[in-house]
Design a protein around this ligand. Structure first.
Ligand code: G1P
Length: 293
């Protein structure tokens, strides 16, 4: 790929209150989805798109996260002694696959505030923001399309997905105009978590953004918005009103939401059912189980 060296920023400083008590001493991004912490899927998605410089914005309980992406010599030598190459490879993969950095967001004041914490590390690079609640199936590449669209337009690019009105209040929602490409829309406005009645469209922002460093200047003066937090959506709303603007890539692939308990359970079942090692046993069991409900 010929694009500039993008960096990835993964905010992981939220309190994870929906998953208490599991998240009392562990960030929600470390909750396992089948057998990998949710955040590892996100880092793997970045790596798959050619991005190996990853900055994780951490809050309290940072040690779990940094340990996961670090090597563990005693575990590795134990597996080596047992000749368990398969598990050894899994353990080493999480520390080898990318160059992971951490920065602390002391006082979490919203997603916009978290992204602003990446300013020094990102420097003059375009970068992607990836939210750990949204997992994108590796068979349905989204990020590469978004990076190409950023290269083409120089604009901020957000991932959008059609969401039914019962769930639209959980998302940032875009006001859009069509373009020549049916999968790309020009964004003329953005509203953070509107009610179903206020929602300007059914196109919701899912957690992938490609941004130029210019977003930091906007975030620096963005006032607290919805929920009293500094919202990335509000900064994008401002950027949508001037050139090069904001575009949306409409994603129609498989996405797994791990943001609340029900969706998290669904994500685990869907991903496990698709796996060669678990699917053949899980699928017939699940049918039998469902028939009894
Ligand atoms: C954040 C953003 C929202 C976006 C969502 C995607 O909200 O603020 O605009 O639609 O992520 O998952 P959160 O889910 O962190 O409350």
């Amino acid at each position: 790929m010929s694009h500039k060296p993008f960096k990835a920023v993964i905010p992981a400083a939220g309190l994870g209150t929906r998953f208490l008590p599991a998240t009392k001493a562990m960030p929600k991004e470390m909750l396992p989805v089948v057998d990998k912490p949710a955040i590892q899927y996100v880092v793997e998605e970045a790596v798959q798109a050619g991005i190996t410089d990853v900055l994780i914005i951490i809050g309290r309980n940072k040690n779990n996260l940094s340990n996961h992406f670090d090597s563990v010599p005693e575990l590795e030598s134990n597996l080596l002694r047992k000749g368990d190459q398969e598990k050894l490879a899994k353990v080493q993969h999480s520390s080898d696959m990318a160059d992971i950095h951490f920065v602390r967001q002391g006082d979490p004041k919203g997603l916009g505030h978290a992204v602003l914490r990446a300013k020094a590390h990102v420097g003059d690079h375009p970068f992607v923001v990836m939210l750990g609640d949204d997992l994108i199936d590796e068979r349905d590449p989204l990020l590469t399309t978004m990076l190409a669209e950023h290269e083409r337009t120089g604009a901020a690019i957000v991932a959008l997905m059609e969401v039914d009105s019962a769930h639209i209040h959980q998302y940032g929602v875009a006001v859009v105009e069509t373009t020549d490409n049916p999968d790309v829309v020009k964004i003329t406005g953005m509203v953070e978590k509107p009610t179903a009645e206020e929602a300007p469209s059914n196109l919701a922002v899912i957690g992938r953004y490609v941004l130029a460093p210019a977003v930091f200047d906007v975030l620096e003066h963005t006032q607290p918005g919805k929920g009293g937090e500094i919202q990335l959506t509000d900064a994008l709303q401002e950027m949508a009103t001037s050139e090069p603007g904001v575009y949306g890539v409409v994603f129609r692939g498989r996405r797994y939401d791990t943001g609340d308990k029900l969706d998290y359970i669904k994500a685990i079942v869907q991903l496990a059912a698709d796996r060669d090692d678990l699917g053949p046993a899980l699928r017939p069991w699940f049918k039998e189980f469902a028939a009894k409900l």
